[in-house]
Write a protein that binds this ligand. Structure first.
Ligand SMILES: Nc1ncnc2c1ncn2[C@@H]1O[C@H](COP(=O)(O)OP(=O)(O)O)[C@@H](O)[C@H]1O
Ligand SMILES: [Mg+2]
Length: 279
């Protein structure tokens, strides 16, 4: 399945404030973006630029101070708890830290079956769905009786992905899903995410501070800077020849495999920084 032009998620002029009512701190300034059905939209930007906050707003984990979030044609900006529970069938999340996001006291089998049990799926059907998911994320069936602590970071992330997928959602918010992994493991998990998208048509809102990672998986890329969206465009174009100076800086700060290119970029980056400091 390939990406379509049909928006699944539409975020319009989204405003999020932290702090107190009397002293709010604006973290997102009227941010607008869309994620189409079957598409991977990369959301990049340096640490603290508001990427995770945007993901949390879509998941209903932070209050929205302005603008609108619509999913599958329906306004979910201020969805109440009951509606959120229903939405969990369609919107799921994979976090950076599988250690923190998987309950250490539950077996993998229980972790994967829980979202189905919550949804009222029968035991037999749930068992079959869990087996299928394990297969999709390329884990053997004997992992079902094990606990998260028995696995490596990459395997844990496979478990987290399987749990996110088990109810067959339309959208997965991936928040730095490979940032805690070594480079080889990153590559295998990214390939898995690409394959799963191709097979199931699921959309990703893919949050990352790493343009190299985003280039590998995303169709389009949106660049955040201090709570503002500064550039959105084709993944290849934004990650190789960005228009906004901030995107350029971000691109040049991202590690590249070849050392000569790296030295070149480093020099260009320093020059640009000096130019910007001089303005
Ligand atoms: N719960 C919170 N309370 C107050 N400020 C927060 C909270 N979470 C994040 N922030 C601040 O909001 C800004 C955006 O954070 P975040 O969305 O986590 O950025 P990113 O994911 O791009 O690193 C940062 O300045 C951060 O310090
Ligand atoms: Mg973050």
């Amino acid at each position: 399945m390939s990406a379509t032009d049909k928006p699944l998620l539409e975020v319009s002029d989204l405003v999020v404030d932290y702090g107190t009512r009397r002293k709010p701190v604006r973290v997102l300034h009227e941010v607008s973006l869309t994620v189409n059905a079957g598409e991977c939209l990369g959301l990049v930007g340096e640490s603290g630029s508001g990427k995770s906050t945007l993901g949390k707003a879509v998941l209903g984990l932070v209050p929205v101070a302005g603008g609108r979030i619509s999913f599958d044609g329906r306004d979910i900006t201020h969805a109440k708890r009951r509606e959120r529970r229903e939405l969990a069938a369609d919107i799921q999340v994979v976090f950076q830290d599988p250690y923190g996001s998987l309950d250490p006291l539950m077996t993998v089998g229980d972790i994967l079956a829980e979202p189905l049990a919550t949804a009222g799926t029968g035991r037999r059907e749930a068992k079959a769905a869990v087996a299928e998911m394990l297969d999709r994320v390329e884990l053997p069936s004997h992992v079902l009786d094990r606990y998260p602590s028995e696995f490596s970071g990459g395997q844990r992330q496979r478990i987290a992905i399987a749990r996110a997928l088990v109810r067959r959602p339309k959208l997965i918010i991936c928040d730095e899903p490979v940032s805690a992994l070594d480079l080889t493991t990153q590559a295998t998990i990214l390939d898995l995410l690409i394959e799963l998208q191709r097979d199931t048509g699921v959309s990703y809102l893919f949050v990352s501070h790493d343009l190299g990672v985003v280039r590998r998986v995303c169709h389009r890329v949106a660049v955040m800077y201090r709570g503002n969206l500064v550039e959105t465009g084709d993944g290849e174009q934004v990650t190789r020849a960005p228009e906004h100076p901030y995107s350029t800086r971000l691109l040049m700060a991202s590690p590249v495999a070849d050392p000569v290119g790296q030295a070149e970029r480093r020099r260009a980056w320093l020059e640009l920084r000096q130019e910007q400091a001089a303005v």
